[in-house]
Design a protein around this ligand. Structure first.
Ligand SMILES: *[C@@H]1O[C@H](CO)[C@@H](O)[C@H](O)[C@H]1NC(C)=O
Ligand SMILES: *[C@@H]1O[C@H](CO)[C@@H](O)[C@H](O)[C@H]1NC(C)=O
Ligand SMILES: *[C@@H]1O[C@H](CO)[C@@H](O)[C@H](O)[C@H]1NC(C)=O
Ligand SMILES: *[C@@H]1O[C@H](CO)[C@@H](O)[C@H](O)[C@H]1NC(C)=O
Ligand SMILES: *[C@@H]1O[C@H](CO)[C@@H](O)[C@H](O)[C@H]1NC(C)=O
Ligand SMILES: *[C@@H]1O[C@H](CO)[C@@H](O)[C@H](O)[C@H]1NC(C)=O
Ligand SMILES: *[C@@H]1O[C@H](CO)[C@@H](O)[C@H](O)[C@H]1NC(C)=O
Length: 267
C-alpha cells in the first residue's frame, strides 16, 4: 500500500514536472519551414499560429514587411496587413509619408492588433482580409504576398474554401502571425513582440542587433539555440521593451568580401 501511494505520488510529481514548466514558461516554437508542407499541419500545430499561452489574450504587436512592386507605399502595405487604423503611427515609426513610393525591398514596420482566437486550441493572430486574384493559391498568398506572415495551413483552417476551389473575387481572412509576451518576457521587460520576416543571409544575432536587443532574448523567444538554422520567409519573434523605431539596415559592403574562390557559387 505504502509503495503504491508513493509511486502514485512520484507519478504525479513527474506529470507536474513534465507539464508545468511548459505551461508557465514556454515561449513560442519556431516554424522551422514546416509551413512549406501545406497538406500537413505539423504535429504541434506550430503552422497554425503561435499558441495563446501568455497571460494576456490581446495586445499590440508589430510585424515587418518588405515593399514590393505592388505594395510600394506605407498605405498599400497598411491595407494589406489591416494596419490602416494605425497609419499615422506607421508613418512616424518608419519616418515616411503614407503615399511616398518606397524603394523596392524597403523593410517597414506595421502595428497590428494581436488577439487569441476563440478556437480550441487557441492561437494568437491578427486578422487581415484579402480578395483573391488570378492564379493565387493559399501557399502563394502566405509565402509570396504575405511574405511568410501567414501560412497555407492557417489560411486553410480559417477559410471555408477548398484549396483547389479558390476563385477570383473571394474575400479571405488572412491570419497574420503575431504573439503577446509571456510572463517570462514581461518580467524581463518586454512590452511587445515583433514578428520579423527572415531574409537570405540573416542570423539571429544580426536580427537582434537590428532591434537593439540581446541575441539570447531572441533565441529564447523562438526556442532556438545558437546552432539552429533559420529560413527566409519565416517569422522570428523579437521581444521589445519600447515601441520599435525605423529599421536601419546595414549598407551592403562596398566590395564583395574576400572568400576563397572555391566557395563562390558552391551549393
Ligand atoms: C524564464 O526566465 C528564467 C529567468 O530569467 C530563465 O531561467 C528561463 O530559462 C526562462 N524560461 C524560458 C522558457 O525562456
Ligand atoms: C492541433 O489542432 C487540432 C485541431 O485544431 C486539435 O484537435 C489538436 O489537439 C491540436 N494538437 C495539438 C498538439 O495542440
Ligand atoms: C526622417 O526623414 C527625414 C527626411 O528624409 C530625415 O531628414 C530625418 O533625418 C529622418 N529622421 C530619422 C529619425 O531618421
Ligand atoms: C480573428 O479571427 C478569429 C477566427 O475567425 C477569431 O476567433 C478572432 O476573434 C478574430 N480576432 C479579432 C481581433 O477579431
Ligand atoms: C516564397 O516567396 C519568395 C518570394 O516571392 C520566393 O522567392 C520563394 O521561392 C518562395 N518559396 C517557395 C518555396 O516557393
Ligand atoms: C467549389 O465551389 C463550388 C461553387 O462555389 C461549390 O458548389 C463546390 O461545392 C465547391 N467544391 C469544393 C470541393 O469545395
Ligand atoms: C472582406 O471581409 C472583411 C471582413 O469580413 C471586410 O471587412 C472587408 O470589407 C471585405 N472586403 C471586401 C472587398 O469585400
Amino acid at each position: 500500500m505504502e509503495f503504491v501511494s508513493l509511486s502514485f505520488f512520484s507519478f504525479f510529481s513527474f506529470l507536474l514536472l513534465l507539464h508545468q514548466p511548459r505551461l508557465l514558461l514556454s515561449q513560442q516554437v519556431y516554424v522551422d519551414n514546416k509551413q512549406l508542407d501545406c497538406e500537413n499541419p505539423s504535429n504541434n500545430n506550430i503552422t497554425e499560429g503561435f499558441s495563446c499561452t501568455g497571460p494576456r489574450t490581446s495586445c499590440r504587436a508589430y510585424v515587418t514587411f518588405r515593399s514590393t512592386a505592388v505594395y510600394s507605399s506605407l498605405l498599400s502595405v497598411a491595407y494589406l496587413l489591416n494596419s490602416q487604423p494605425y497609419i499615422s503611427e506607421m508613418t512616424s515609426i518608419n519616418n515616411l509619408t503614407d503615399v511616398e513610393p518606397l524603394a523596392p525591398d524597403t523593410l517597414v514596420i506595421a502595428p497590428v492588433d494581436c488577439a487569441c482566437t476563440s478556437s480550441s486550441p487557441s492561437y494568437y493572430q491578427h486578422n487581415a482580409s484579402y480578395v483573391i486574384q488570378e492564379s493565387d493559391t493559399y501557399f502563394i498568398l502566405a509565402n509570396d504576398t504575405y511574405q511568410g506572415l501567414s501560412t497555407c495551413q492557417a489560411l486553410m483552417a480559417e477559410n471555408p474554401y477548398d484549396a483547389l476551389n479558390l476563385s477570383v473575387g473571394m474575400n479571405l481572412t488572412v491570419p497574420v502571425r503575431c504573439a503577446c509576451p509571456t510572463t517570462n518576457q514581461s518580467s524581463a521587460g518586454a512590452k511587445y513582440l515583433l514578428s520579423y520576416l527572415v531574409t537570405w543571409g540573416d542570423t539571429i544575432f544580426a536580427i537582434a542587433k537590428m532591434f537593439g536587443v540581446s541575441g539570447k532574448s531572441v533565441l529564447d523567444a523562438n526556442e532556438l539555440t545558437e546552432k539552429s538554422v533559420i529560413y527566409p520567409f519565416t517569422p522570428i519573434l523579437v521581444p521589445l521593451s519600447t515601441e520599435p523605431t525605423k529599421i536601419v539596415t546595414a549598407a551592403p559592403p562596398a566590395s564583395p568580401p574576400e572568400v576563397p574562390s572555391v566557395l563562390v557559387g558552391g551549393n
